[in-house]
Ligand binder design. Structure first.
Ligand SMILES: Nc1ncnc2c1ncn2[C@@H]1O[C@H](COP(=O)(O)OP(=O)(O)OP(=O)(O)O)[C@@H](O)[C@H]1O
Length: 303
């Protein structure tokens, strides 16, 4: 269990984090979501024991990162947002360097390097210099460096920024495998769809403040309503108003409904009886974006 207790951080006059409290249970995949500049990296660095000056405390399995830093660091793997590799060395030599930093050596280190290279899909490129790698390969190696010492908790700060879809998918596969093996994952991103796909618990952060945190499904149920979307030249507002609260959205209307399937059926019957055909008629499932919008009144200010 990781407990973040009233954590605040200032850089000069900038308040990067304000009074953040949350907890992350073992074996969960926790997504920290927020726009650029929200404070995600700052919190990730504090969690990883890299940023040492802050107010409040963080407990990892009841031990404070401020007092037990070295023993806690062994349980953590940190993947920084900026790629942190030596370009002039091979993938294998980079892994040797990071493995030694974590106190690994000899046959155990060799074995872990083979396993990690396989896990990140770079076995065949292990003897190539990092300078010949694509952005996505560098990101995968960056992740591999944090996995060598088999940490129980892996902290990944926006690991998919600026990479191609294929590498992104392969990073998702790595994360899903880590999850299945029981690791705790803390994943920050400003891509809501990634967090929705990977994480079961989330924290929404904006301007240094934690807007909400909890289980994804609970938050979706609390903040976002299921609804129907309908559009078409023949579709008019007065036809739809008996079916629930209506909102004009783009070229059509959104109908709020607690039981969208039943409403869908009723709308179809009404359309048939009136001989009208919609261009689009579909169930709308609440998204993480809806929670953020409900809490902040804005769409995620994506860069
Ligand atoms: N070393 C620093 N010195 C001064 N200000 C900083 C420093 N690091 C971050 N900040 C500021 O603190 C705030 C939070 O930054 P942080 O990098 O934690 O946000 P973020 O959510 O990770 O954003 P991004 O997705 O752009 O990395 C921003 O206003 C940022 O400009």
């Amino acid at each position: 269990m990781i407990e973040v207790n009233k954590v605040s951080k200032r850089y000069g006059s900038t308040r990067a984090l304000e009074d953040i409290s949350l907890s992350i249970a073992e074996g969960t995949c926790f997504g920290l979501v927020g726009p650029n500049g929200a404070g995600k990296s700052t919190l990730m660095k504090i969690l990883a024991g890299i940023l040492l000056e802050f107010d409040g405390d963080i407990l990892v399995n009841e031990r404070s990162v401020s007092n037990d830093r070295m023993s806690i660091k062994k349980q953590l793997g940190y993947v920084p947002q900026e790629i942190c590799l030596e370009d002039t060395l091979t993938a294998r030599d980079n892994l040797i360097f990071f493995g030694k930093l974590y106190g690994l050596s000899g046959r155990h280190l060799e074995k872990r390097i083979e396993q990690v290279l396989d896990q990140i899909g770079l076995l065949e490129r292990s003897k190539d210099k990092v300078s010949t790698f694509s952005g996505g390969m560098k990101r995968r190696l960056n992740i591999g460096c944090a996995l060598l010492h088999e940490p129980g908790v892996i902290i990944m700060d926006e690991p998919t920024v600026g990479i191609d879809p294929q590498s992104r998918n392969s990073i998702f596969t790595i994360i899903k495998q880590l999850k299945a093996a029981g690791s705790t994952i803390i994943y920050s991103s400003h891509y809501m769809e990634e967090v929705e796909l990977l994480c079961d618990h989330i924290g929404l952060i904006d301007k240094g403040q934690l807007m909400e945190f909890g289980e994804m499904n609970d938050l979706l149920a609390r903040y976002a309503k299921p609804s129907l979307f309908i559009s078409g030249d023949e579709i008019q507002e007065e036809m739809l108003s008996p079916f629930g609260n209506l909102e004009k959205k783009g070229t059509g209307y959104v109908i709020d409904s607690q039981e969208p399937l039943i409403t869908l059926e009723e709308v179809i019957v009404m359309l048939r009886e009136n001989g009208k055909e919609p261009r689009r008629l579909e169930l709308y499932h609440p998204r993480l974006e809806d929670i953020f919008f409900n809490l902040t009144g804005t769409q995620l200010r994506d860069a």
